[in-house]
Design a protein around this ligand. Structure first.
Ligand SMILES: [Cu+2]
Length: 479
């Protein structure tokens, strides 16, 4: 089943009917004006890998953009105007990391009128990164970002109690939230909650490294403390994520269990809401499937009520001045402007995204990029049912080799005569696939050292991708 076909049309004509729009504190966008009471609608589109988001003092939504994997090619953060992004920060690195997803700016927050940006690049991406460590940057009115708090260096000087096997030297500054005159920063890799003051001082609030929980998200608690949710480590098992309350005195209490792969938290009228990036995860790479993300609300210490399901890898969540939830999606899936922010009624239950949800999204480049992404997601879904190869297949003699290394196909373009065989070999430590866009061939999961061969009998041009990392592209030309 494709992610699209599993969606059901849940909006009634009544829900779509125009109702009077109350005067609000912020400007009503055209998208909202069309669907003022829709339980789920597209608030913004055309975004390059939207991540953390927040409403500014002007009542407008600001979104950090992970970018497209290339430094400077897309804004680092945008303000949403009439449903599309207007750049407010630029120049920060965007990388394609070992996890496969595009990473770069990961969150935004305001203290007063000052905008801050949280940089969250992957390791080992060259000199660019050494001059842009992960941490908090101030954003000037002209969009220039200046390093305020170098979390990468601070972490190396202040290690946590437990150091994870997959520790990266830059750390993983995943989330940021405005506190009372300071910024909360969630560092996911070692696992800790940090405070950053406007003078750039970093202090650890709590060390959460024990057992590698991978904390990713937070929301303000009424006592001045913080609610913190975690992703868990791969394979992101069902029900093993939780929300803890980091109290103002630094003590920790578990307040909500039975969750899965948390990436966003919010409170509405004192009730906790969580964003689950993917559910029903598998034990084999890539572990997650599109169309399985959810927004849930707490209905007991270990209970939840589903608000929305069947989302494609949602990655960030905040509450608007209108009391609605704003959710960024997807966390990965392309290098184009296929990202969006959904506006969701927190009082809804058991919603799923309507099939025509994105019809109204008109920002530049969005529709084309979104369709390409849906095609990648459909392939991921189809591949989920295929058995994972367990042994290296024999490599036929006299084949044309393609090496998969460092998240690239080498050579990227290969020309052969009809009747010849191409063999792909994965030399990376993470799994990849070689999957033709037209369905001609599909390696399935290739772990490190595994190979896949295909004989091309028909002349033509065969474009292919890695379904886990769709920015990995290659071409076989058969003459
Ligand atoms: Cu790959």
């Amino acid at each position: 089943m494709s992610p699209i076909s599993r969606r059901s049309l849940i909006q009634s004509a009544a829900a779509l009917a125009a109702t009077p729009v109350a005067a609000e504190q912020w400007s009503i966008t055209s998208a909202m004006a069309q669907e003022p009471s829709a339980p789920i609608s597209v608030y913004a589109s055309g975004l390059f890998t939207p991540r953390g988001l927040t409403f500014g003092p002007d009542g407008k939504l600001y979104v950090a953009l992970g970018g497209n994997g290339t430094a400077g090619a897309a804004p680092s953060a945008v303000r949403i105007e009439d449903g599309c992004g207007v750049g407010v920060a630029h120049g920060q690195p965007s990388t394609q990391g070992m996890s496969g997803a595009v990473q770069g700016p990961g969150s935004v927050a305001f203290l007063g009128d000052q905008l801050y940006l949280l940089q969250d690049s992957e390791d080992d991406r060259g000199d660019l990164i050494s001059t842009y460590p992960n941490g908090v940057y101030t954003v000037a009115s002209d969009g220039v970002c200046t390093l305020l708090a170098d979390v990468s260096t601070w972490m190396n000087e202040n290690p946590t109690k437990e150091i994870p096997a997959d520790r990266g030297k830059l750390g993983e500054t995943f989330a940021m939230l405005a506190g009372d005159g300071f910024l909360w920063v969630i560092e996911s890799n070692e696992g800790q909650v940090l405070k950053v003051t406007p003078d750039g001082t970093i202090t650890r609030v709590v060390d959460l490294s024990e057992g590698h929980p991978v904390p990713t998200c937070c929301a303000a608690a009424p006592d001045g403390g913080l609610y913190v949710g975690n992703l868990t480590d791969a394979p992101y098992p069902t029900g093993k994520a939780q929300v803890i309350h980091v109290k103002a005195d630094g003590s920790v209490e578990t307040v909500w269990t039975g969750l899965t792969m948390l990436v966003g938290l919010a409170t509405v009228d004192g009730t906790l809401y969580a964003c689950e990036m993917a559910t029903n995860n598998t034990t084999q790479p890539p572990f997650t499937q599109p169309g399985t993300g959810r927004i849930v609300k707490q209905s007991g210490p270990d209970k939840l009520t589903e608000v929305v399901s069947e989302l494609d890898f949602p990655i960030g969540m905040t509450v608007g001045p209108d009391g609605f939830l704003y959710v960024s999606t997807p966390s990965f899936g392309g290098d184009g402007p296929s990202g969006s922010v959904l506006r969701i009624d927190p009082s809804a239950t058991f919603l799923s995204a309507p099939a025509n949800l994105y019809d109204s999204a008109t920002c530049p480049g969005f529709q084309e990029a979104w369709k390409a992404q849906q095609s990648v997601f459909a392939t991921m879904t189809a591949n989920a049912d295929k058995p994972v190869p367990t042994a290296e297949a024999a490599i036929p003699a006299n084949t044309a080799p393609v090496t998969i290394v460092n998240f690239t196909f080498d050579p990227g373009s290969l020309t052969i005569d009809a009747g010849r065989t191409v063999t792909w070999t994965n030399k990376d430590s993470v799994p990849h696939t070689a999957t033709s866009k037209d369905g001609t061939f599909d390696s399935g999961n290739l772990n490190e050292g595994q190979s896949f061969s295909f004989t091309f009998d028909k002349p033509g041009t065969y474009d292919y991708i890695c379904t886990y990392h769709p920015y990995m592209v290659g071409t076989i030309v058969v003459e």
